[in-house]
Design a protein around this ligand. Structure first.
Ligand code: HEM
Length: 162
């Protein structure tokens, strides 16, 4: 079979793969072609350097927990290794990392998971104080730091249950 140039073009324009591609390259009202001239949005997780950042942050937080006379005894396990992993994976997932936390633990349901612990105003403030101290020690972009701090502050306020 031979095609004229025009025929070939018409056939190519009808091809399934191109129709699929066109679907991906939908135009927004402002003329932006989605999927072609925009890289996928970079997340805070990417910017801070991925999981290692969250493990470092949470390890620093847990050093504080171990030394804290009020918070320390609230934590059920003496070895904080597994707890560090859970919180680091949770935060990494929240900020755009892979969904490993949910694969291992299911839906976060943080209020429910915190039910066994008496999170009074004093406990919340102690937790937040240690966590914001750990954030202060991390090197990061000021805008990202402000976002992280705002989130932790809000989440800690929401988890107060007494
Ligand atoms: C407000 C003060 C808070 C207190 C006193 C507190 C206390 C605790 C305790 C005692 C545990 C059990 C440790 C473990 O075995 O994992 C825990 C687990 C956890 N907390 Fe908190 N927490 C607080 C706030 C937060 C906040 C703000 C977040 C999230 C931003 C958070 C996320 C988690 C996660 C992800 C776990 C592990 C859940 C699991 O998969 O079992 N917590 N918390």
């Amino acid at each position: 079979m031979s095609y004229t140039r025009k025929g070939t073009k018409a056939q190519v324009l009808q091809s399934k793969s191109l129709r699929v591609l066109r679907g991906h390259l939908r135009r927004d009202g402002d003329g932006t072609v989605r999927g072609m001239d925009e890289a996928p949005e970079e997340t805070l997780y990417d910017r801070v350097g991925g999981l290692a950042f969250f493990v470092d942050l949470v390890s620093r937080f847990y050093e504080g927990v171990s030394d804290d006379e009020f918070l320390g005894p609230m934590y059920p396990e003496e070895d904080h290794g597994p707890a560090i992993e859970r919180l680091a994976l949770f935060l990494a997932q929240y900020w755009g990392g892979p969904p490993t936390y949910s694969e291992l633990r299911g839906h976060p349901r943080l209020r429910m998971r915190h039910d066994p612990y008496k999170i009074t105003k004093k406990a919340r403030d102690a937790w937040l104080g240690l966590m914001l101290g750990a954030v202060d020690e991390m090197e990061m972009d000021p805008g990202d730091r402000a976002d992280l701090v705002a989130y932790l502050d809000l989440a800690a306020h929401q988890l107060r249950n007494r």
